[in-house]
Design a protein around this ligand. Structure first.
Ligand code: TYD
Length: 208
């Protein structure tokens, strides 16, 4: 089973992924967690290029192709082999991030992006995508609470994140069979409980 987590920065994806992985492992499932961009030697180098604050001149098409190149390598090198072994793969972001950030956020053509997805994902689609929906203000507050410097993507303005957030809401609404949307503001354990219900249902469906 292939599960992806989506949401704006600070939506609580990493916490939820950890909680879900622990629970799956308690039930004797093999679990692989990958984060995008990154996850292979080549993809991690692409990640450095993408997030480096010194690359302010990077244009939106370059950004799209680099995120997609990172994904292509990750899918072939790690995700598909793991799925073939029967491992549950959890991805911290996948192709919907590109549609939300480079499509709705940067304004690139969505149809063109879909063509790039077909190449970058090698046709692999998530079985379940969880969208953690939190208000932009909460996202900014959580991010400011974290130590460390902002990366190139995080330094975008408020209007950009608003477009990304609305983009996610639209994407989720157009793929109701795959997407589950949850308010990411309640306590993490409550959010995790709801997500667990969806994953169990997905696993049951996959086993019939
Ligand atoms: P990361 O530090 O992994 O952020 P997060 O913890 O929020 O996932 O940085 C990834 C950044 O890249 C994040 O701001 C979202 C952005 N991004 C895109 O713009 N397009 C993409 O296709 C992906 C995968 C990420």
């Amino acid at each position: 089973m292939f599960i992806t987590f989506e949401g704006i920065d600070g939506s609580g994806k990493s916490t939820q992924i950890e909680l879900l992985a622990r629970r799956l492992e308690m039930q004797k499932h093999e679990v692989l967690i990958v984060r995008e961009p990154g996850g292979t030697q080549i993809s991690e180098r692409i990640r450095d290029l993408l997030l480096d604050m010194r690359h302010g001149e990077m244009n939106a098409h370059t950004e799209l192709l680099l995120f997609s190149a990172s994904r292509s390598q990750l899918v072939i090198e790690r995700i598909i082999p793991a799925l073939r072994r029967g491992t549950v793969v959890i991805a911290d972001r996948f192709h919907d991030s590109t549609t939300a950030y480079q499509g709705y956020g940067r304004g690139l053509d969505i149809t063109a992006i879909d063509h790039v997805h077909a190449m970058a994902t090698h046709g692999l689609m998530p079985d379940l995508s969880v969208f953690l929906d939190i208000p932009i203000e909460e996202s900014l507050r959580r991010r400011d609470d974290r130590s460390g410097q902002r990366d190139r993507m995080e330094s975008a303005d408020h209007a950009f994140f608003e477009r990304v957030q609305n983009g996610y809401r639209f994407i989720a609404s157009t793929s109701p069979a795959r997407f589950r949307v949850i308010d990411g503001t309640p306590p993490a354990d409550d959010v995790a409980e709801t997500i667990w219900g969806w994953v169990v249902a997905g696993l049951e469906k996959a086993s019939v």
